[in-house]
Design a protein around this ligand. Sequence first.
Ligand code: FES
Length: 103
Amino acid sequence: MALRICSLDDLKPGKALRVKVGDEAIAIVRTPSGDVKALNDKCSHGEISLSEGFIDDETIECWAHGAKFDLNTGKPLSLPAYESVATYEVLIENNDIFIELEA
Ligand code: FES
């Protein structure tokens, strides 16, 4: 199931948006170079929203203790996080951002 998030123009490069889907919060991330990625919003190290973190083209860094996650795989690249966060497929259609969720 593809879920529309927002227009591409509503998410500026270098910004992230937190969206709630059922019980899950998902971070929709626009990298500085303009790609869009989606991953679980909760840092695997604590109750911190990754969408409030620091974004570059490949990673998002949790502001609390500095763990960096790969935006493509959700894998932690630095401690103190050692568990991955889930990632989601992103589709861009007619200037709208969708994420692909399991039905
Ligand atoms: S809560 Fe994210 S690194 Fe600690």
